[in-house]
Design a binder for this molecule. Structure first.
Ligand code: FES
Length: 144
């Protein structure tokens, strides 16, 4: 009985994964299964926090060393795709100069993901806007 139930749950799980992979594409699916760059940086050089019209909040933390983003992380209370987009926003910022980071937009994130379903596209724009917010907070900081 327990075995049958385990098989049922496993099959159901597989079905959910398969659907997610089909709907969101390989890159988003892989990142959703294996989230990266999630977390808080203590005493960051740049910090952004925005709440989207959907009510979800995104935070981005930046550590800048020698004129490049040495570390970038995100945190969100939002849906799976906002976590995926926050993760890619952090990944795209890593190793970049502040000027290069200004080029990272919602479209950039969507391009890396190969697109998202229409109703989830705003997650990419929220992640990118939060990244820009974090960058602005870094730029506003007095040098030293
Ligand atoms: Fe709002 Fe994903 S649903 S950020």
């Amino acid at each position: 009985m327990a075995d049958e139930f385990d098989v049922f749950v496993r099959d159901l799980q597989e079905q959910v994964y398969e659907e997610a992979r089909r709907e969101y594409g390989e890159a988003a699916y892989e990142r959703w299964r294996d989230p990266q760059y999630e977390g808080v940086l203590e005493d960051p050089d740049g910090y952004g926090r925005l709440t989207g019209s959907c009510g979800d909040t995104m935070e981005i933390f930046l550590r800048v060393q020698g004129e490049r983003v040495a570390e970038a992380t995100y945190r969100t209370d939002g849906c799976g795709s906002s976590a995926v987009c926050g993760s890619f926003a952090a990944e795209l910022a890593r190793g970049k100069t502040p000027e290069e980071v200004t080029d990272i937009s919602g479209e950039t994130i969507l391009a890396v993901l190969g697109g998202l379903p229409e109703e989830d596209r705003h997650c990419a724009f929220l992640a990118a806007a939060t990244l820009q917010d974090a960058l602005e907070s870094y730029m506003r900081k007095p040098a030293g």
